[in-house]
Design a protein around this ligand. Sequence first.
Ligand code: FFO
Ligand code: ATP
Length: 197
Amino acid sequence: MELKNSIRKKILLDRKKFSEVEHFNSNDIIIKNVSDFLYSKVKEKDNSLEKKFKLVVGLYWPMAGEPDLLKLVVDPRWSVGIPKIKGERMDFVKYEVGSQLEMNMFGKLKQPSNNIKLIPDIAILPGMAFSLFGHRLGFGLGYYDKYFSKIDKKITKIGVCFYENLYEYLPHEPHDIKMDYIITDKSIISFNSELAL
Ligand SMILES: Nc1nc2c(c(=O)[nH]1)N(C=O)[C@@H](CNc1ccc(C(=O)N[C@@H](CCC(=O)O)C(=O)O)cc1)CN2
Ligand SMILES: Nc1ncnc2c1ncn2[C@@H]1O[C@H](COP(=O)(O)OP(=O)(O)OP(=O)(O)O)[C@@H](O)[C@H]1O
């Protein structure tokens, strides 16, 4: 736990070294990589029996230093859910361009005001860092870990980060959920051969 905290501090300092321009370009590449991935999943779904249901994609409202994927909200091929936290609980709730937003209880991050819960088929997770073993280091409150541990449905989990936040190894604990894919501006890693493209 202490080791995780010292890595979090180092990452927050390192993040300041990258210029906005560098991140702007990398951000566009991450959007392209994620949307190509989602399109391939939509095609798979169109060929399956579940096609009458629209794919639900879990995105997130970006915080400083995280890739901004909000451009992906506007697409007729999927519906979008965004995390909403209330106390210790997190759910994904419906988000469309123009949906009303409110500040979360920490006063730093926006979340939709509505309470229309959606359970994603594919969840895109931000992280301070990810490892080549599929582990994610978050802000340390465990919201995503707790969410996935209480949901029965198989949700494909895609970690996204800038390439410089990809580590060979990160400390992890038994409760840490593992990613199925990690997408950066320079790499796409698949951890589950059954799900591979
Ligand atoms: N963009 C984004 N949305 C996300 C997450 C995330 O990591 N990134 N989360 C991933 O779990 C959940 C929310 N986690 C959050 C974690 C910290 C703070 C925050 O404002 N922290 C304060 C200190 C809070 C405290 O410990 O008292 C801060 O950073 O100053 C907000 C939301 C769901 N939504
Ligand atoms: N499934 C779970 N049930 C109960 N507690 C959990 C669960 N998963 C994580 N926690 C608790 O949440 C706390 C934070 O966990 P961790 O350090 O892994 O956070 P994180 O995944 O980096 O954060 P976040 O998901 O908020 O970005 C820990 O104290 C951990 O015990």
